[in-house]
Each structure stands twice: as C-alpha cells, then as structure tokens.
Design a protein around this ligand. Structure first.
Ligand code: ADP
Length: 642
C-alpha cells in the first residue's frame, strides 16, 4: 500500500478521500488555491501545498504544479477526485511519466470513453445496447438523420458533459435552430462542435451501474437511480432503483461489466444508461449513454447498500492488489438515498449563491459528506455544493423517511440553500411510490420551489429568541416592570415589529399585528400556546435563525439603532427620542466594542437598546438609570479615536 498520496482536488471529495486514506494509515498531501488556504480539506490533510490562484485554471487544473507538489512531498500516487483533471488523459500520462501512480483508469480507457460518439460505436461492438440514433462523423445533413430516427430527438455534443450542448427537439421545423444553439454551446464549452443525434427516450429514467475493474476483469456493484434531475443535473439519487427486477438488474450489470472489460478498465467507473420506462422496467429497454471514468458524486449510496468503501478499493487496486471481492460476494442490503445540498436560490431559478456559513449543523446519525465548516465561505470560484446527505434503511420507505428527517434537521445559515426544495421532493407522493422519471422535477418545479414562510408562532419564537439571547437585556428585565420589549425582525427584508412582554421566568406574551402568542422556553425546549414545538433558535453573525422543520432566517434591524447615526461617528450615544433611561451597562473607563449594548431607553412604552457605534473606551457617562432625557441628549461619550 502507498505510504503517502496526493489529492488533486478540493471540497467534499477531497475530504472524503482523506477519511479513507487516514483509516488505511496512508498519509495525505492536499493541494490548495488562494481561495482555499483555510479550507477544510487543507486542515484535514497531513501536508498541504499551495498551487496557485483561485480560478481553477490557475490551480486545480494545473497538472504540472500538482505533479511537482507530489514530487516535492514524496507522494507516491495521485487521487484525482471528480471533475477538474479526473478525466483528462494527458494528465494521467504526465502523472505516470513522473513515476507516480494515477489512482484511476489508464489514459487509453479514458480516451476510449471521452467522446460520446466513439464510445457509442465501441459499445455497439461490445454488444452493449445503445440509444438508437446517429453517431457518425459526417456532420452535414443532420436534419435528415433526425427525420429518419423520428421525433422527438436529442442533439448531444460528442464532447459533452454536465448537460451542456444538449437540446431536445420535438418537431422537424425546430431542428435547425436547436442544432445551431447546441453547436454554439459545444464549441464554447468544449472547443468541439460535433454532435450526435439520439432518439429521445420517452418516460426516461437514468439508471447507472457502478463498476470496478482491475485492468482486465470487472465486477459491478449494482445500480443507482438518478432520475430526479433538473436541467440534466442530478438532485437526489438512490440505490437500488425502485421497481428493478432481478432479470433487468442482471442484464444491466452484465452490460456494464462488458463495457468496462472492453476497455480494460481499472478502478471505479460508472456506466450510465437511459431506460425507457413507458412500460415499467423491462430488460430490453435500457441503452448505454456514456461511461464516467472516475468516482461519481453519488457513490455513497452504493457504499451504503453494499458495505464497500469504494475509495478503499480505489487505493488497493491502484496499489496492485486484486479486486477485493468477486461478483458473487457482492449483495444489496436495504436501500439508500443521497441529496445534494447546494447554496442556490431555488425560487430565483436555482441561481447559484455565495455567502459565509454563519451556522452549519447536520443531524446526528446521518452521513454528511462535506468540504465546509461553520464560518467557511461558499465562494463564487467553485461548485456551490455544501454537502451530500446520505441515509440508509432496511426498506426504501424507511430510507426515504430518514432522508426527509435528515433534511428537516439540517441547519444552514448565511446563504440561501435548496434545503426546502429537497425536503419537498423527499415528501413528494409520486417519488414516495417510486414513480420517478427525468421529467418529474420540471413538471412540478413550481410546487416544489415554494419557499416556506414562517408562521406567526415561528415569528413569536424568533422574537423571544432575539430578546432572550441578549443576556444584558434579560438580566435587565428582571429588574424592571412592565417587562415589555420591542423586537424588529426582518424576514426576506420585510421588517415586522413584535412586542414581547415577559410574564415570568421563561414565559412571555408576544404580540404582532397578526397574532398574540404565549411562548415558553427553557431546558425542555420551546412551547407556543401551551404546545411544545420542535424549534431551535440560533443567533449568528447574519442574524437569527429558527430551525423548525425548515430553516427560517431573520435579520434584526434596529430601526432606532443610533450606532450608525451621526452621533456614532462622533463617539457619542444619544437618545433617539425623549424617554426614561432604564439602565446603563457601562462606567467611565470601560472598554467597549462596536455593537456592545451600552444602555436601555424606555420611550413610547417600548424599550430600545442603545449600542456602541465603534470600538473604544468610555470617556463619560452623562445619564443615570432613572433619568428622563430629551431627544438628542448625549448619554454616553467615548474617548476620541487615536
Ligand atoms: P451529459 O454528459 O452532458 O451529462 P448525458 O448523455 O449523460 O449528458 O445525459 C444527461 C441526461 O440527459 C441523462 O441523465 C438523461 O436524463 C437525459 N438524456 C440523455 N439521453 C437521453 C435520451 N436519449 N432520451 C431521453 N433523455 C436523455
């Protein structure tokens, strides 16, 4: 076995590989870009080498820099993860030329599957069923070909990936436009505008088979169903495929093994099939689409049902060991799901988002593969995936219920996410029955994308949370009566004023324009109007979040916050309106930080917390508790800055 390997990747997959390497006693070298100097994968690794700028082409795509890092650190092998250089045959050759082991297939095998048209021709020869269509070299007269195949057809870039350069065409009159746009996109994305044409399979399901080869022989580790897609991108994956028959599983497994053996495949790979499910799953209705010559994002569902650690297998086979198990020793235990948690704005058309994760927590007992920690940034440089949540159960129903609960208890603040969308999918009735096809999400995207809005009970809890977590104010509360406090909460930028009247320890009445609620809190949790509720409240740098089935994020604008007013810059805290000073929390000489609570003013029957506008030392306190003050009166003066 290797003593030390280098991981030519970042994010969750780098962390995932480190976990297994560590468990095998293999030391790990990470590489990182400017943007990732403090990233989780760098922290986890034994050593880390800086390889360049934030843009992938300045770092994670710089093969020579990565090979140089491996040499400099004495790593013996390179694990490519997925994406970046993982399917680049030139990189594989360069790694090998440097005397290092590439943990993956040969450059030749990658090339054989690199272009969709050549791969289809090769598979046809190997007796693997392919989608009816045209994948010849000639690119003239494609419209005639499409007509012969029969509409609807799918135009695909031969160099394609990630759904790019792909267009579905339903009618002959739309063909020319679709072709031009597919070619344009392909030229830009892949520098190759050649396309192929396929029959568009009706009621399509995406079912792929995990294979593993030793360079000659291969085994398969059963199928994954990745039919829940949006714009040809996978959203939730599962294994095994719902409705799969033993006959079809055997046929697909054998076809996948034939595909892998036809190219002398070594390592982990995936053979993707499109299945015509218009008539249920039938052993004669699956067609080869492409082979991904690397570890897939969704590999954990296969690990969950087979008990195999695919990264361990990758390292062992790359180190020269035989395949760890024979086909007959592999079997399926139960069912597994994976959901991809992304920083993206679903109601805004799944717009990728960025942000600092001011709070991040995953439920216990669920596999969460992630490359980020609380406080980390989702930057615009890389894929905005936050984590993959994987659940496993004895049956599909149990595994799906666990997924739904895992999503309900995942807490992310600081960026918008697709959590609510994923949870809506996990609760979708048709999906629950296993009725999946690649069009499901598109057909129902509107209902699935509805952003949850906090009810008045949730807002009441948030208001108490905002007040309760302010230790100074709470202490102050026990001293003053009437114990009334006003809280302004903004949800999606919409401010709402709530009045919180503390009735006793852990008990308050919250009044808003919409409703009045009795809220209690304490060691046993929250209750609203006498009913316990499973809410959790977290205060963080971006505001306050209530986690209650969904994630509800509030900001806490203080409409009367004078810290940003003119007095603040002058180092003064002034009364924003006439009122009674209820408490002063500082004395002359005290060091304060921007945002610290300095005093409480009661005005118009509400209490207003006055905060420091900047860091500094208190020069003078001009008002005592109990004093009646005029609007604009200076209450506290800070020393001059200098
Ligand atoms: P890419 O490499 O760009 O991801 P694929 O060939 O893997 O492209 O196809 C992506 C997705 O497009 C598939 O998962 C499937 O949902 C859909 N698809 C591909 N080929 C067909 C087809 N012939 N008929 C219907 N849907 C298809």
């Amino acid at each position: 076995m290797f003593r030390k390997i280098l991981i030519a990747n970042r994010g969750e997959i780098a962390c995932r590989v480190i976990d297994t390497a560590r468990a095998m006693g293999v030391r790990v070298v990470a590489v990182y870009s400017d943007a990732d100097a403090g990233a989780r994968h760098v922290q986890m690794a034994d050593e880390a080498v800086h390889i360049g700028g934030a843009a992938p082409k300045e770092s994670y795509l710089r093969g020579e820099a990565i090979i140089e890092a491996a040499r400099a650190t004495g790593a013996e092998a390179v694990h490519p993860g997925y994406g970046f250089l993982s399917e680049n045959p030139d990189f594989v050759e360069a790694v090998e030329a440097a005397g290092l082991v590439f943990i993956g297939p040969s450059a030749e095998a990658i090339r054989a599957m690199g272009l969709k048209d050549a791969a289809k021709a090769l598979m046809e020869e190997a007796g693997v069923p392919v989608v009816p269509g045209y994948h010849g070299e000639a690119q003239d007269d494609l419209a005639t070909r499409a007509g012969e195949i029969g509409y609807p057809v799918l135009i695909k870039a031969v160099a394609g990936g990630g759904g790019k350069g792909m267009r579905r065409v339903d009618r002959a009159e739309d063909f020319a436009d679709a072709l031009a746009s597919a070619q344009g996109e392909a030229a830009t994305a892949f520098g190759n505008d050649a396309v192929l044409i396929e029959k568009y399979v009706s009621t399509p399901r995406h079912i792929e088979v995990q294979v593993f080869g030793d360079g000659e022989k291969a085994v398969h580790l059963f199928e994954r169903d990745c039919s829940l897609q949006r714009r040809h991108q996978k959203v939730i994956e599962e294994a095994p495929a719902p409705g799969m028959t033993e006959e079809m599983r055997a046929a697909m497994g054998q076809a996948a093994v034939r595909a892998a053996e036809a190219i002398g495949y070594k390592g982990a790979g995936t053979v993707e099939f499109i299945v015509d499910a218009s008539d249920g799953l039938r052993a004669d209705r699956f067609y080869f689409m492409e082979m991904n010559t690397r570890l897939q994002v969704e590999h954990p569902v296969t690990e969950a049902i087979t008990g195999v650690d695919l990264v361990e297998w990758q390292l062992r086979v790359a180190a020269g060991e035989p395949l760890p198990k024979a086909q007959d020793d592999l079997s399926i235990q139960g069912h597994a799901f994976e959901a991809r948690l992304y920083a993206e704005d679903v109601p805004k058309g799944f717009l990728p988002a960025t942000g600092t994760l001011t709070h991040l927590a995953f439920p216990a007992g669920v596999r969460a593969d992630t490359g980020v920690r609380e406080g980390d940034e989702i930057s615009p440089w890389y894929d905005p995936m936050i984590a993959k949540l994987i659940t496993h159960g004895a049956t599909r129903e149990i595994a799906l219920a666990k997924l739904e609960q895992a999503l309900a208890h995942t807490q992310v603040a600081g960026s918008v996410t697709n959590l609510a969308f994923l949870r809506a999918l996990a609760r979708h009735e048709g999906f629950g029955r296993g009725e999946v096809d690649t069009g499901l999400i598109d057909r129902e995207v509107e209902a699935l994308s509805v952003a949850p809005v906090p009810c008045s009970r949730c807002r009441a809890v948030a208001a108490v949370g905002a007040m309760e977590m302010d230790a100074d104010v709470v202490q102050g509360f026990s001293l003053w009566a009437p114990l009334e406090h006003s809280v302004t909460l903004a949800f999606e930028g919409e401010p709402e004023l709530l009045k919180v009247s503390v009735e006793g320890e852990g008990r308050a009445t919250v009044v808003s324009d919409a409703a009045t609620h009795e809220v209690t809190w304490g060691a046993v949790g929250w209750a609203v109007d006498g009913t316990p509720v499973p809410a959790e409240v977290v205060r963080h740098d971006a505001g306050l979040s209530v986690f209650w089935g969904n994630n509800y994020h509030f900001t806490l604008p203080d409409p009367l916050d004078v810290s940003t007013g003119p007095g603040a810059s002058a180092g003064q805290v002034v009364a924003p309106m006439p009122g009674l000073v209820k408490a002063v929390f500082v004395k002359a000489g005290a060091e304060v930080a921007a945002g610290d609570r300095l005093a409480v003013l009661e005005a118009m029957k509400m209490e207003h917390v006055l905060t420091a506008g900047r860091d500094g030392k208190v020069a003078e306190v001009l008002a005592e508790a109990g004093a009646q003050v005029e609007a604009g009166a200076a209450l506290i003066v800070l020393e001059e800055e200098g």
